[in-house]
Design a protein. Structure first.
Length: 107
């Protein structure tokens, strides 16, 4: 079974984005797990073991921007991804700024 991790970096300051609430759900929106990024902007194991399937991971960026007195354009980021090989570790990183974000399949 696959494990999922995530990492959010504040691209404006070049620092980890600590305290962003994260929700993992299945493709139908049923919550599987939730947590918040640690002092290094990471969640090492979002949900334990995951099987093959399609999932959505949601980052509550609006609350994080508000906490830092930043007017951000994206109140949330939702990334839909598919696990096709449940024997691999999967990593979903996010580079975040108030008016842009990027993500990729990490390792």
């Amino acid at each position: 079974m696959s494990h999922l991790s995530t990492h959010v970096l504040d691209a404006v300051h070049g620092t980890p984005a600590h305290g962003i609430a994260v929700l993992l759900a299945d493709i139908d929106g049923m919550p599987i797990a939730s947590g918040a990024t640690d002092s290094d902007g990471r969640i090492a194991d979002v949900a334990g073991e995951l099987g093959a399937g399609t999932y959505r991971i949601r980052f509550d960026t609006g609350a994080w921007f508000a906490e830092h007195d930043v007017e951000g354009f994206y109140p949330e980021i939702t990334i839909c991804f598919a696990i096709t090989d449940p024997t691999r570790h999967h990593h979903v990183p996010v580079l975040l700024s108030p008016f842009a974000y990027s993500t990729y399949r990490g390792s």
